[in-house]
Design a protein around this ligand. Structure first.
Ligand code: MEV
Length: 330
């Protein structure tokens, strides 16, 4: 009987420390309960067949021995390179008579424009799906390592935090490259999430900050060090469930992100509206330049905070924090 595997992985929101984490500082990320799904099966054609209607990929085909070569549409890059990297680590599955082809399709509960880490979630799903298809056991760290290599092969820059959230789930204290991945035992967070309606390219933003750091090394180094202090205090406040302090630290973090030049007028307006209406704190989440902002607010202020965000051009996205990491569904 033909084996069809379905796996899923969560999207993520950055709580603290984005950008600085790329330069060796810690950050805090939470996995959200909107998931990416990947269906995978073996075929007899010696080709990769790939469909992802959410991102406009239909009937994409590539010979298995040509994976990673030639032109790859942007929306197929992470899938193709993840498969290539899996086989690089496990050549036994493409040697001799073992390997046939693969049919892969993806679908997502969240839009790829939210900045929830869809590329990382799909990469992690692919690697997990292949371990299930070929019936091999890889540890979470093994999956992280292959997926992180995939991100670096494509983007050349990045900390791997989105990958860690997709693999491990929960809320993580994370240091670049997976040097530290610590799961935080905390209560679900009362987050309000507002989508700013536009998507910026993460790599462009990362390179913009890198250029700034070249011009103003002593300033940007200081900013990263201050962000690290915020992250360390935020970890303690989150563990104590001290939401007042978590909010105040979010506000500090936003100040530094503004200094790095990654906020936008729309994001800042949404953030200030949330704070003025009574949120404990608010900041952008992720690379910036668009995507989402987050606010932390108690039940009493939640509705008003949502309205304030909407009145400033935001779209509220319902999520729960601390979602489960990558898992087999079927
Ligand atoms: C993106 O979710 C977080 C950034 O710090 C990039 C990265 O860590 O790779 C902006």
């Amino acid at each position: 009987m033909k084996k069809i595997i379905t796996v899923s992985a969560p999207g993520k929101l950055m709580l603290f420390g984005e950008h600085a984490v790329v330069y060796g500082k810690p950050c805090i990320v939470t996995a959200v309960n909107q998931r990416m799904f990947v269906m995978a099966e073996q075929t007899t054609t010696n080709e990769l067949l790939f469909d992802a209607k959410d991102v406009g990929i239909k009937n994409y085909k590539k010979r298995i021995d040509a994976l990673g070569k030639g032109q790859i549409p942007k929306a197929a890059q992470f899938v193709e390179i993840a498969i290539k990297n899996f086989f690089l680590c496990h050549p036994e599955f493409i040697s001799g008579s073992h390997m046939l082809g693969l049919k892969i399709s993806t679908t997502s509960e969240f839009s790829s424009t939210y900045g929830f880490g869809s590329s990382s979630a799909v990469t992690v799903c692919i690697i997990k799906a292949l371990t299930e298809l070929f019936e091999i056991k890889l540890s979470k760290k093994d999956i992280f390592d292959i997926a992180y290599k995939t991100v670096l092969d494509i983007q050349k820059i990045g900390s791997g935090v989105d990958i860690a959230a997709a693999v491990y789930g929960g809320t993580l204290y994370f240091v670049s490259g997976g040097k530290m991945i610590e799961s935080l035992n905390i209560k679900p967070l009362p987050l309000v999430v507002g989508y700013s309606g536009s998507k910026a390219d993460t790599v462009t933003l990362l390179n913009g900050v890198k250029e700034k750091a070249k011009k103003y090394p002593e300033i940007i180094t200081g900013i990263y060090t201050d962000i690290e202090k915020i992250v360390i205090l935020a970890k303690k406040a989150l563990i104590k469930n001290d939401l007042q302090t978590v909010g105040e630290l979010m506000n500090f973090n936003q100040g530094y992100l503004e200094s790095l030049g990654v906020s936008t007028d729309r994001l800042s307006n949404m953030i200030y509206a949330a704070r003025n209406i009574g949120a404990y704190g608010a900041k952008l989440s992720g690379a910036g330049g668009g995507d989402c902002m987050i606010a932390i607010a108690d039940k009493k202020h939640e509705e008003k905070v949502k309205q304030g965000i909407e009145q400033n051009g935001g779209q509220i996205i319902q999520i729960q924090t601390h979602a489960e990491g990558v898992r087999r569904e079927l």
